[in-house]
Design a binder for this molecule. Sequence first.
Ligand code: C2E
Ligand code: MG
Ligand code: MG
Length: 722
Amino acid sequence: MSQAWMEPHYDAAALLAAWVIAVYALYVQSLVVRRVQAHDRETGIAWLLGGALCVGTGIWAEGLLNLVSLQLPVQLGYVRAIVLASWLPAVVISAGTIWLHCHERLSLRMRMTGGILTATAMCLLGFINVSSIVLKPHIEWDGVTLGSAACAMLLACFFGSILIRWAQRGPLRHGRTLLVSGAVASLFRFGQILMIMAISVPAGTVCLSADQISGDALQFLSSCAVLPLLALVHLGTVLDDRSVRRHEALRLSLQQAQAALQEAAEHDASTGLLNRVGFEKALRGLLGDDGRQVLSLCVFRLSLDGFKTHVDTYGEDLGDTTVRHLAGRLRGLVRDGDVLARADTDEYLLLCNGLSDEHQVAQLAQRLGEAIHEPCLIKDHDMVLSCSIGIACFPASNNADQLLGHSRDAMLTARKAGGGVYCFYERGMDRIGADQVEMQRDLRHAIVRRELSLHFQPKLRASDHAVSGAEALLRWAHPERGSVSPALFIPVAERFGLIGELGRWVLDEACRHIRVWHEAGLHLPVAINLSAHQLRQPDLEWQVRDALKRHRVPARMLIMEITESAAMDDIDASLRVFDMLDAIGVRLAIDDFGTGYSSLSYLRRLPARQLKIDRSFVKDLDASLDAQAIVEAVVRLSHALGLKVVAEGVETEVQARILAQLQCDELQGFLFAKPMPEAALLAWLVQRDTQVPVTSSVPPGHAVLDEEDRRSWSELESASSP
Ligand code: C2E
Ligand code: MG
Ligand code: MG
């Protein structure tokens, strides 16, 4: 006989209320998750617990409403203790779900496990709720419907954890969250409805708990008390979100203000360059706390000469415009990684790293000086400024304070020298500098005042003492100091950047003499000395070509002497310059050989024609066998390399004889003649050669020209004749 069942009804209002609460609770839960994530640990835990209490209450109420929607033909009542007890698991489930959703980086497996646990817990909660109605005989469950209910809840929990995370990212966050909450809650609610539909109540059943809480009371409690509670939490999340965002905006603007302040503190407002503070910071940063080795670091301090007068004359406004204009020019000269700053009203600082040697530093200083010196038109005023540049380099100045202090000392020295020059820092500069500064100032006028001249010292063929050429040596007749040795003023010229001008003058004078003598019948090759600084001048090739062309001199007649130490200073740079000069046709000689530390294998790479053995070896020749052995070895090797050997500083007959025996090619020294002015040289040549009658002021044909010399002259003459 088949069993008779009670016909259940479902209260639509309760179902709807349950659905609204479910959607809203899920939505509020997602807001709580964001609050937990937005805060630090302590506040996050507070949000988690508070959120779990309220959202859990929502879940609890929603479960009860689901149960209340089930209506049977008998009066139903719900056991108070069970109804109240079911609140706790609802809160725990909510806390677990919030925790799960807060951990964004959970693996899929963990997420699935969490979903299964939540769904199981929700099913259990459903059973607890149903058990609050005490019926006699017992409720029957339909297994298939119950299984379907569990599946729907499981899916809802699983998709909920993924979809709500997706909805909270990107645009329209709130709308998307609400939509997903609605969809997930609906799926979940479907599961819950299936669960109560799985309940079958046999006909004739009585409710033993009918005297406990009534369905109406529960429905009222659930809907009226819980919705405001959830709304309160909702409001709390909104306010908290706003305050966090305001706090964040405040923090950001504070950060920006701090950065702007820092920027202003380290920059010069007028030029936009770093100021002294910023420059020092950059310098210390580069050197590091431990004074890390930055081998090629240089500080240039450029001080505008007479800028205060300039400002007094034209006004501060124009002064400012000038400084800005000049800063723009300097900017054009610095490379990436260099640091340019305006250290004072009339002072710039430049920090360069990576300049390989002193010559490169000098070249840059030259260019900086030229950039400042270029005329500029500012507000209808034509002006030409100059600057005094002080240079200090690491590791000679081995910390930031020294680099800054030494560059100032050097700049002050340059300024004392009259300005418009650069000056390298040297130890004890402040003490011994005064004399050099004075000398430098005088040297700058020496060319214009015609105080410079060339003296010539003949070079003789060792075998028969025939004159083979002359070395031009610079002389300075100072009005007060008398004759100043080049050994004294050449280093000063190098230090203050005047060597370029001196070198050009010497080159020009030497070529002029070769030409004048040639026209008078004296064909004398002339050697000039080239300093290391000149070797690095970018326009050296042009200078040499121009001088040879202007005076119509074959390149072969000009010999350029470069000291061994200068040639070996930067072998690759020397190679380039030597090759360039060799290509012009100029002959090259290595001067003062033996004083540097070059090896002959290096020399082999240089296209030099002559090697001049230093005086110090020649001096000992008559007394020391060692000196003889050294000279002999040098001569042999030089000959093997195709170089002619010239001995410098020959002072005695014995030295001359030994050198001739050792196969030295040419001799130069006081034994034959001291360096002398042009007139004296000519007289010396005449007096030496008693065979040739003196027909003009120039004795003809004295120099021993080789075939190539002769050919070079005739080629040049035929090329220039119409
Ligand atoms: P240097 O090129 O090796 O020139 C030879 C020096 O030795 C000259 O000194 C010369 O007067 C001196 N001398 C020659 N024979 C004797 C001798 O028998 N005994 C002694 N004790 N000395 C002798 P000076 O003219 O004083 O020149 C010194 C150095 O200055 C030169 O050495 C050269 O390096 C440099 N110098 C001279 N003129 C110029 C120039 O126009 N440009 C550059 N860059 N350097 C120059
Ligand atoms: Mg020389
Ligand atoms: Mg020499």
